[in-house]
Design a protein around this ligand. Sequence first.
Ligand code: NAP
Length: 242
Amino acid sequence: MSSEQQALLPVDGRVVMISGANRGMGLEIARRLHGDGYAVSLGARNADALADAVAEFDDDRVLKCSYDAKNPKDAETWVAQTVARFGRLDALVNNAGILHMHGLDEYDEARLDEVLDVNLKAPYRLTVAALPHLRKCGTGRIVSINSRSGLMYRPGSADYNISKHANMALTSAPRYEFWEDGVRTTAICPGPTATDMAGQDLARDEELTHPGTIAAIVAMVLTLPNSASVPLIPVCCDLDAM
Ligand SMILES: NC(=O)c1ccc[n+]([C@@H]2O[C@H](COP(=O)([O-])OP(=O)(O)OC[C@H]3O[C@@H](n4cnc5c(N)ncnc54)[C@H](OP(=O)(O)O)[C@@H]3O)[C@@H](O)[C@H]2O)c1
């Protein structure tokens, strides 16, 4: 057993892409990883909101990119911009997502397409664009901010549940396909978390998970060596059958 294999991965010099970094969990993850010393490449569709949100970041270790999950070309462009700026890519955090509450009998093709576009097809495109670089570095990481709706059915939004269940398969795929290249993937599956999105769901009395806590979990996952693969992390703020 080599002690080198067991060591935590360094932070300095490693480059992480985070989608939907302008607010909610994405912004908390960006703050945490930047604070820890990573170089962060931040994708958001609202450039002004992103610039305001990360105004205090160290310019040497931040790249702000225009990224709209609904635009198929944006994934390749953003990855290329990241590698052009920093010369490498070590990790991808697929965070951007949307939720529409609806009854199962309220089928709407356009709404379903939008949810699948943002929650499934967009992270798929980012994953494929990032993988050559993640494989090259030997310790590539993909972290998906999935949901407990990706693990068990939660009534109120079939579209969202379907997208997050499919996202579980997407998150596992690179780990199985490129294990030998050192690629490791983790699906973090939060329950209700205190962001704008949780406000769309039912009125809640209980204490929600703080998005900074999810960011701390992402930070922990990114330091784990290849010999400590953690495929799944459910996170609950309540007593849950999960
Ligand atoms: N909050 C919860 O209770 C909870 C629980 C489990 C899982 N999650 C998951 O956590 C992730 C983050 O959600 P959140 O709670 O932070 O929600 P949020 O506060 O609503 O933030 C969503 C983020 O996704 C971005 N986004 C949405 N559509 C986009 C698009 N077309 N292109 C680029 N970015 C887009 C938003 O950007 P704009 O500002 O431009 O809209 C925003 O930055 C999501 O994947 C969500 O499914 C949330």
